[in-house]
Design a protein around this ligand. Structure first.
Ligand code: HEC
Ligand code: HEC
Length: 283
């Protein structure tokens, strides 16, 4: 009995090791085809689909759905949809842009999604985005109210003919609906600031200690930001100046390579709070 148990344990350990070696080999020798033109195998496809469905279900459970039937909300949602979503997802009688046709996984026809998924799921996916697909997170670009406007529009989307859609897409710019109280800005939160670094592409240009993927040298390293006397050699390093720099570098220093990334006031506070945790003295 003891012997059989030991053999079984050894067999499991050995197959585990072989599977591990195989995985390493697939990666190391480049056998995995990363090209967007090679579709996933059916197993991988179903696995990812299930992972997505389960993950969204778990995380969207607490989302409170507001009133979505208002005409104004739906109309504003149509404008937001044609500004930010139709390029990839298309609409009745409208094809996605060429770059979206080449995405793998392909962006779903949201007419089907709107029928199949509850409003809370659609809100959550639109706000958070989906990792390893081309689906962007919109929470740093749109207010929660605007995201609900889009969700409200998506609920009527399956009922629209191409002519209805053309009619709703009236070419007006979307309104920035935001029902949050005007004084709802909070003090900078360094944890939120660290997360925002990925969402404004700071990581693609800077080396930032403790931030995954921020290993680049397009701009200066941000190590020891708390100890520096100046920001970009242009002005004194104070919290107010740092926030001004993050929101509009070009206005502070003409001709600078760092672009204006549309950082919101709250996100600038949070990012500044994080950058001030970077001190040489701690090391
Ligand atoms: C750059 C292209 C792109 C843009 C722009 C885009 N999406 Fe997506 N979206 C994707 C991709 C890729 C997926 C993942 C594949 C899939 O499941 O459809 C996705 C998935 C989704 C899903 C889940 C679909 C499903 O059935 O599981 C929803 C909902 C969604 N997007 C909503 C939106 C909304 C709303 C907007 C506009 C605010 C938007 N998307 C803008 C590319 C895009
Ligand atoms: C396209 C590349 C690029 C992106 C994206 C970018 N930066 Fe920069 N950043 C630069 C460059 C280049 C400089 C140097 C500017 C100068 O001195 O004129 C700089 C300077 C800075 C400085 C001043 C550093 C010092 O040494 O005084 C800070 C702080 C900073 N960036 C933070 C950020 C943050 C936070 C983000 C994201 C919101 C960001 N950057 C996004 C390229 C970029």
């Amino acid at each position: 009995m003891m012997r059989a148990g030991r053999i079984a344990a050894l067999a499991i350990a050995a197959s585990g090791a072989i599977a591990g070696i195989l995985c390493v080999a697939i990666v190391y020798f480049g056998w995995y085809d990363v090209s967007a033109t090679s579709p996933h195998r059916a197993v991988v496809y179903h696995l990812m689909d299930t992972a997505l469905a389960r993950s969204v279900k778990l995380r969207s459970a607490d989302v409170q759905v507001p009133e979505l039937n208002g005409e104004e909300r739906i109309q504003n949602g149509a404008r937001l949809y044609s500004t930010h979503c139709v390029q990839c997802h298309g609409a009745p009688g409208v094809a996605p842009q060429p770059y979206a046709l080449g995405l793998n996984p392909a962006p779903a026809a949201l007419v089907a999604t709107a029928r199949a998924r509850p409003a809370s799921d659609i809100f959550w996916i639109t706000r958070q985005g989906i990792k390893m697909t081309g689906m962007p997170a919109w929470r740093y670009r749109l207010t929660d109210d605007q995201i609900w406007d889009v969700v409200a529009f998506m609920r009527v989307l399956p009922t629209l003919s191409p002519a209805d859609y053309q009619h709703m897409d009236d070419g007006q710019p979307p309104a920035s609906t935001d029902h949050a109280p005007p004084d709802s800005l909070r003090l900078g939160d360094s944890v939120a600031g660290k997360a925002a670094l990925h969402q404004y592409l700071c990581v693609t240009c800077h080396t930032i200690p403790g931030v995954t993927g921020a290993w680049n040298h397009v701009g200066p390293s941000l190590a020891g930001m708390a100890d520096r006397p100046y920001i970009a050699g242009a002005m004194a390093n104070t919290p107010e100046n740092l926030q001004r720099w993050l929101r509009a570098p070009g206005a502070v220093k003409q001709g600078t390579v760092m672009p204006d990334l549309g950082v919101s006031e709250q996100d600038a506070r949070d990012i500044a709070a994080f950058l001030y945790t970077l001190s040489k003295r701690d090391r």
